[in-house]
Design a protein around this ligand. Structure first.
Ligand code: FAD
Length: 463
C-alpha cells in the first residue's frame, strides 16, 4: 500500500488536488459510454491528482512516485471512451492540462506541449499561417494533443490523410520515462510507434510535433437519401473524388438522425438516411455537379462565412459524437467499433444491415486506410444484454468485420487483438517497474497470453 502522505510531502510545491469528489471526477473519462465498462469501472479512483506546470515538474513527480512505487495514470482532456485514463490500481492521476504551450508553428508542422487542447493548436495555426491539423477527433474542443496520440486513432480529416498510425501523421514525440531518475527521450520516424496509441503505459508524452495541412473555409452539409445503401454508395464515391477537397464523410442509416439529432429535427425527413459532409469552399461547385448525379437532397448547408452559423459544427455530430447524441436521448443504447475491410466494405455493410435491421443502426465514417478508401463503423446498438452484445460482435467477426471492442479497457482487446511488441519492448525500457497506467497492457500483465490473432489492423507497418 503506497504511503500517499509521504508522497505528497515529496512533491513539494507541485499543484495537487486532494478533495475526494474532485479526485473521483478526475479519475473518470467517458467509460460510461459502455454498459460493460460502467459496471466494471464504477469504483475506480486515484488517491491524488498531480498537476505539473512544466516538464521539470513532470520529471520530479515521476521520480517521487517511482521511489515510492506509486502507480501513475496520465490524463489529458479525459475524453477517452474506454476507461483508458482511469487509474485501475489507484495512486496518482497525472493531469497534464497545465502543459499547454504551443511552442512553434512552421511550414507544415507544429510543436506543442502534450496538454495543449487540439482546438487551440488548430486555431493558432490558422491565425499564424492559414494552416490546420491534418485531422482531429470530433472532441477537438476538449481533447489534448498528447491524449489524442496516446488514446485516439483517427477522425475528422482521415478521409484525406489516413490515421495516426500512418507514417508521417506524427512527426515527433518527447517522452519521459518512469524511473528513479526519469529520462527524456525524443522519438521520431518509425520509433514513434513505440508510444503511439499505448494509453500512456510506457512513457509520459510531454511534447508532440504534428504535420499540418492548408486551412480551408469548410462548408458543413447534410445530404438526405431515401435508404442507407444509397447514402453509403454516395459517401464511397465521393471519397474517391480526388480533386474535391473534403474533411468529413459520415453516412448514418435511418433513423439515427431523425431520432437523435434533436437540434436538427425539423430538417430531417422521416425515414431519411443522411450523409454529413465538410467540403472546402473552393470545391463546392464541383461538389454540386457531383451531387446532381445522385438521388440525394441537401438538407442543410452552412458556409464557414455564414453569419447564421451558430450551434454545433457538423463534426460534433460525427464520429463518437453521434453516439453521444444518441446516449443523451436514449441512455439504454450502446455502440460498437467495426472495420469493414476494403474492397468489399459496402457489401459487408449491406450484409450486416440486412441481418440486424434496427437492432444495429449503421454509422459509417469513410477514411483512407492503408492507401484505400474504407469505412469504419460506429453502429448504434439497441442494448439488451452483455450476452447478446457478444453474439453481435461474434457475427461481425465471423463475417470478416473485425470489432475494435469499445467494451474493453485493455489495449489488446480494444485495438489490434494482439500484443504490440514494440509497445512492450519500450515499456521494459521506459517503465521497468510497471507503474504507468497498470492493468491496461495485457502483454505486460500476462506475458503468456495467447491472443489468437484475428486481425491485423495496420498492415502497412508490418515487417
Ligand atoms: P485522455 O482521455 O485524457 O487520455 C487518453 C489516453 O491517453 C489515456 O490512456 C491516458 O492515460 C493517455 N494519455 C493522455 N495524455 C497523455 C500523455 N501526455 N502521455 C501519455 N499518455 C497520455 N477518438 C478518435 O480517435 N477519433 C474521434 O473522432 C473521437 N471522437 C470522440 C468523441 C467523443 C464524444 C468521445 C467521448 C471520445 C472520442 N474519441 C475519439 C476518443 C477521445 O476523445 C480521443 O481519443 C481524444 O483525443 C483523447 O484525448 P484526451 O486528451 O481527452 O485524452
Amino acid at each position: 500500500m503506497a504511503d500517499i502522505g509521504n508522497l505528497k510531502a515529496s512533491l513539494g510545491d507541485i499543484p495537487l488536488v486532494t478533495d475526494p469528489t474532485k479526485v473521483q471526477l478526475r479519475s473518470r473519462d467517458f467509460y460510461w459510454y459502455s454498459p460493460v465498462l460502467k459496471r466494471q469501472l464504477e469504483n475506480v479512483c486515484a488517491d491524488l491528482v498531480v498537476e505539473p506546470r512544466d516538464e521539470a515538474e513532470v520529471i520530479r513527480a515521476l521520480a517521487a512516485c517511482h521511489r515510492q512505487r506509486v502507480p501513475v495514470t496520465v490524463r489529458g482532456g479525459g475524453t477517452g471512451n474506454y476507461g483508458q485514463a482511469m487509474p485501475l490500481k489507484g495512486g496518482v492521476v497525472l493531469d497534464l492540462s497545465r502543459l499547454d504551450k504551443v511552442r512553434e508553428v512552421g511550414l507544415g508542422r507544429v510543436r506543442a506541449e502534450a496538454g495543449a487542447k487540439l482546438a487551440r493548436i488548430d486555431q493558432l495555426c490558422q491565425v499564424d499561417s492559414a494552416q490546420e491539423l491534418r485531422f482531429h477527433p470530433s472532441t477537438l474542443k476538449m481533447g489534448t494533443i498528447g491524449g489524442f496520440v496516446a488514446g485516439g486513432s483517427s477522425g475528422v480529416g482521415s478521409i484525406t490523410w489516413g490515421i495516426l498510425r500512418d507514417r508521417g501523421n506524427i512527426l515527433g514525440l518527447r517522452v519521459i520515462t518512469m524511473e528513479d531518475e526519469p529520462r527524456a527521450i525524443e522519438l521520431r520516424g518509425d520509433a514513434i510507434q513505440k508510444v503511439n496509441h499505448a494509453y500512456g503505459t510506457n512513457g509520459v508524452i510531454t511534447e508532440v510535433e504534428m504535420p499540418l495541412a492548408p486551412a480551408y473555409p469548410w462548408v458543413d452539409l447534410i445530404v438526405g437519401f431515401d435508404d442507407l445503401m444509397s447514402a453509403a454508395r454516395f459517401g464511397d464515391a465521393l471519397a474517391r473524388q480526388d480533386g474535391l477537397v473534403k474533411k468529413l464523410i459520415t453516412a448514418l442509416g435511418a433513423p439515427i438522425a431523425e431520432l437523435y439529432f434533436r437540434p436538427l429535427k425539423s430538417r430531417i425527413p422521416d425515414g431519411a438516411s443522411v450523409v454529413l459532409l465538410m467540403i472546402a469552399e473552393p470545391s463546392m461547385e464541383a461538389f454540386r455537379d457531383f451531387l446532381s448525379l445522385w438521388p440525394g437532397k441537401i438538407l442543410l448547408e452552412r458556409a464557414a462565412s455564414d453569419p447564421r452559423r451558430k450551434g454545433l459544427p457538423i463534426y460534433e455530430l460525427s464520429w463518437n459524437h453521434t453516439t453521444l447524441h444518441a446516449l443523451r436521448i436514449d441512455p439504454t443504447i450502446t455502440y460498437l467499433q467495426v472495420l469493414y475491410p476494403p474492397p468489399s466494405h459496402l457489401e459487408l455493410v449491406e450484409r450486416m444491415f440486412r441481418h440486424f435491421g434496427d437492432e444495429v443502426m449503421i454509422h459509417l465514417e469513410f477514411v483512407r486506410f492503408d492507401g484505400q478508401i474504407a469505412c469504419f463503423g460506429l453502429p448504434i446498438v439497441r442494448f439488451t444484454s452483455e450476452e447478446r452484445l457478444d453474439e453481435i460482435i461474434a457475427y461481425h467477426e465471423d463475417h470478416g468485420c473485425p470489432i475494435f471492442n469499445p467494451h474493453a479497457y485493455t489495449l489488446e482487446e480494444g485495438g489490434m487483438k494482439q500484443v504490440d511488441h514494440s509497445h512492450l519492448a519500450f515499456k521494459r525500457e521506459a517503465d521497468p517497474s510497471g507503474l504507468l497506467n497498470p492493468g491496461k497492457m495485457l502483454g505486460w500483465e500476462s506475458p503468456d497470453l495467447d491472443m489468437s490473432l484475428r486481425s491485423y489492423l495496420y498492415r502497412s507497418l508490418a515487417g
